[in-house]
Design a protein around this ligand. Sequence first.
Ligand code: IPD
Ligand code: CA
Ligand code: CA
Length: 262
Amino acid sequence: MLSTAVKAARRAASIINRASLDTDSLTIKHKQHNDFVTEVDRAAEAAIIETLLDAYPNHAILAEESGQQGDSEFQWIIDPLDGTTNFLHGFPQYCISIALVHKGQLDQGVVYDPTRNDLFTASRGQGAYLNERRIRVSKRIKLAETLIGTGFPFRDFTHLDAYMAMLRDMVQKTAGVRRPGSAALDLAYVAAGRLDGFWEIGLSKWDIAAGCLLVKEAGGLVGDFQGDDSYIDSGNIVAGNPKVFAQLLQALAPHITPELKD
Ligand code: IPD
Ligand code: CA
Ligand code: CA
């Protein structure tokens, strides 16, 4: 199943790579831009779904652009292009994210960065890999020495004040905060130890499903702002190596409003 997901991600990547050659003309025509990217998103998603359903016709799908289809104990969760704004601007930080959930448990995860040919994979209980080499979360234990990834609110500003308070604290308590612009890739970077931790508010299932499995299989922890499991539904997520995860929860705690506790 993992190799089918990799095959699907590579097919999507070739569509995205071809489309990325045109970003100059896209940036000039901003509206068509969005249309065009929608076309890229859709074409990449269609290629992924076709590849998966060719191999597993009875599996169910949850995909960002086309929604839900089928009913099965196996469900594929797909973000065909995570980091659309980056893609639009030719900023090379975006990826394809594909996860398989079996009976409610994350089973397989693929995050593929077509700009660097970085292929992150994980199967439950079998570790996490980058281009077939085992990866592990970082060993840093002092928050003051960590590099932390995040995502700013940019569509829904409901929690902007709480978020800015978190950010204010984090820039002072860590060695650096980065907002790369692709949550799936941010989580893959936590798994690979390129980031020591990550937090964001209100993500979607397809942004995080594959990345969460990568982090866990690389020895890291993932939780909501209480450290619990509801992050897959709320999209309020904290991840990191075990030591950093605990310190992130502690540092963010004073800014968690009641609405962010679900
Ligand atoms: C977005 C990216 C971004 C995150 C947003 C997501 P998209 O996904 O993951 O980093 O901050 O919340 O929606 O829209 O580019 O697939
Ligand atoms: Ca996304
Ligand atoms: Ca997307």
